[in-house]
Design a protein around this ligand. Structure first.
Ligand code: AMP
Length: 581
């Protein structure tokens, strides 16, 4: 059996892990970090950058680099970077490819298969887009695993024989999920999941940035259009400030000028944790409804819960921990790093596929977090209304599942019915997400009331197949939602693979140097003139050495530049971004 890796494809960071003899282990990237920023950029030479170098590029050239694209998975959203147009699938595929390469470098052999995690509340289109992204990256996606389920696996796989109920709250960069999980007799059973796809740490950062701008008489949206560099840099400042506020009571946030530059004379605001809490309270309130829904669906009372687990970087915020403690009347557990736990759980799931002996006794079951059904008609006061939603698979049904329901024709001699498929909890279809449609034709002519069976089959990846059978003739029409999902078709995937392969990417061993140059270019913007000149010479030195492929010169230029940066760079990026546990 192939080696299978576990990947957490996060909104802000991604991570890759595998199952070793000692249990699940993270694989470091080329820079030695366990977390790779989910950011993709394209430099002036048209080369693709992924991770920290792309994040650095984002600050100096926001139009050449992009993050937080996971939010647009499964939609028609596109972005131009350099000469190329990218869909969220293609951008995600570049992150996945980079993680795949890190794993290959780690093992010294090719890796072809992966378990990839998604928010539990990701819909059909988003899941399918994630599978496509994996395919474009050259990975066989063995399983799409829900992030909170992965976290519960990481916490529970050692002790799945104990009987207990765990609640997982997962607040990442862009999404919030809650899952109620039961452990018993070697089984890890998700009893219910709920969530929101547009609620995460990025919203806290955006609100902080908007409020700080407001204090200086500016409006976020207008400023974003007019001065993208200012916003890009301010967001970075606010991101760091938000993290500082997780540890300290107040912090200073500097506002960059229109070119995105900061100096000692920059305008600044002092923000207290209390103020930040007030500004973002409306965002935090939104976690309560999905929690109530998940507990209700799982038929679990607060007193039944044995463990509360917080996952996702944004749960480091004291306001999130306080609110969770308040809501559940208990302190959360945080034995594992909230940024890493999802990738570790994915690795355990990968181990289950590879029949790794350390996990062979574990059984994991999950649920469909949404209700799935079709549009149906009802007669109201003699009038036919066609916009009602008829659930076929109710939310939080254990998967895989297959359910059938019968519908019938409304008119005499009606030879076909339109099967319109929706997902959601609304009574009317307009409140739900349209997934696709097809025609079930070939119904024999006759009186109204000819019957058609509609079968919904929902697999372990959360991918839906719908089948209509005309009862009288046994004729079957099958429809897999993916064919109509927004995003890429199978042939488009092949094309995308070719397109992505044609993009120039930096060789892996160059990633470190490219990152260093990006970091230097960011610092360049802030330094006084004399230091700028020195720095410029050093960058040129390293670039020349890289151009000439001279290993000794590369090494010496790199070391010199590194020590210069460490001396001048005010914020130790490594510390700020990764070491705040
Ligand atoms: P994830 O998608 O799980 O990696 O979560 C990333 C989110 O967590 C981002 O929005 C980060 O800003 C946020 N985050 C990470 N560390 C902290 C921290 N120390 N304090 C506040 N937010 C954090």
């Amino acid at each position: 059996m192939d080696r299978i890796i576990g990947i957490d494809l996060g909104t802000t960071f991604s991570a890759v892990a595998y199952m070793s003899d000692e249990g699940a282990q993270l694989i470091p990237n080329a820079l030695g970090d366990a977390l790779t920023p989910s950011v993709v950029g394209i430099d002036a030479d048209g080369r693709i950058l992924v991770g920290r170098s792309a994040k650095e590029l984002q600050v100096t050239q926001p139009d050449r680099s992009i993050g937080v694209f996971k939010r647009y998975m499964g939609t028609d959203w596109k972005i131009e970077l350099g000469q190329h147009s990218f869909t969220p699938e293609k951008l995600s595929s570049l992150v996945l490819k980079s993680l795949k390469q890190d794993a290959e470098a780690h093992f010294g052999e090719p890796v072809q298969s992966a378990v990839i995690t998604v928010p539990a509340y990701f819909n059909e289109h988003q899941r399918k887009a994630t599978i496509r992204a994996g395919e474009i990256a050259g990975l066989k996606v063995q399983r799409i695993l829900n992030e909170p389920t992965a976290a519960a696996i990481a916490y529970g796989w050692h002790s799945a024989d104990e009987e207990k109920i765990i609640v997982v709250l997962d607040l990442g960069g862009g999404t919030f999920d809650v899952s109620v999980v039961e452990l018993f007799e070697g089984t890890l059973e998700v009893r219910a999941s709920s969530g929101e796809t547009f609620l995460g740490g990025e919203d806290f950062t955006s609100t902080l940035a908007a409020r700080v701008l407001e204090q200086h008489g500016m409006v976020f949206e207008q400023t974003e259009t007019r001065h993208p560099q200012l916003i890009s840099r301010l967001r970075q400042e606010c991101e760091q400030a938000k993290r500082r506020l997780s540890k300290q009571e107040e912090t200073i946030i500097r506002v960059p000028n229109e070119k995105g530059e900061l100096s000692e004379n920059s305008r600044a605001s002092t923000v207290t944790r209390e103020q930040f809490q007030k500004w973002t309270n409306h965002i935090l309130n939104r976690i309560e409804m999905p929690i109530r829904r998940a507990l209700g669906d799982a038929k679990v009372k607060l007193g039944d819960i044995d463990e509360l687990i917080l996952v996702g970087g944004a749960t480091r915020m004291p306001i999130v921990i306080e609110r969770a403690t308040e809501l559940f009347g208990r302190s959360p557990k945080s034995r594992l790093n909230p940024d890493e736990v999802v990738a570790l759980g994915a690795a355990v799931q990968a181990g289950l596929f590879a029949r790794d002996k350390s996990v062979e006794d574990l059984v994991v079951t999950d649920v469909s977090p949404f209700t799935l059904g079709i549009a149906t008609s009802r007669e109201l006061a003699g009038e036919l209304q066609t916009n009602f939603f008829m659930p076929i698979i109710n939310r939080n049904t254990p998967i895989p599942t297959s359910r059938v329901d019968r519908v019938s024709t409304l008119h005499a001699n009606q030879t076909s019915i339109d099967v319109k498929i929706y997902q959601g909890e609304g009574r009317k279809i307009e409140d739900n997400l349209f997934l696709g449609e097809f025609k079930a034709s070939g119904i024999p002519r006759g009186a109204a009331g000819q019957e058609v069976d509609i079968r919904f089959t929902y697999d372990l990846n959360g991918v839906l197949e719908v089948e209509a059978t005309i009862v009288a003739t046994k004729k079957r029409i099958t429809h897999v939602i993916t064919r109509h999902a927004k995003g890429l078709s199978a042939s488009e995937v092949t094309q995308a693979v070719a397109e992505m392969a044609a993009l120039k990417t930096h060789p892996r061993d160059e990633a470190v140097n490219r990152f260093l140059i990006r970091r230097a270019e960011r610092l360049y913007q802030e330094l006084p003139l004399t230091e700028r000149r020195i720095l410029d010479n050093m960058i040129v030195g390293l670039e020349e050495a890289l151009e000439l492929r001279d290993p000794a010169a590369i090494e010496s230029n790199r070391t010199a530049l590194e020590s210069f940066l460490n001396h001048f760079d005010t914020e130790d990026h490594n510390e700020e971004t990764y070491g705040d546990d």
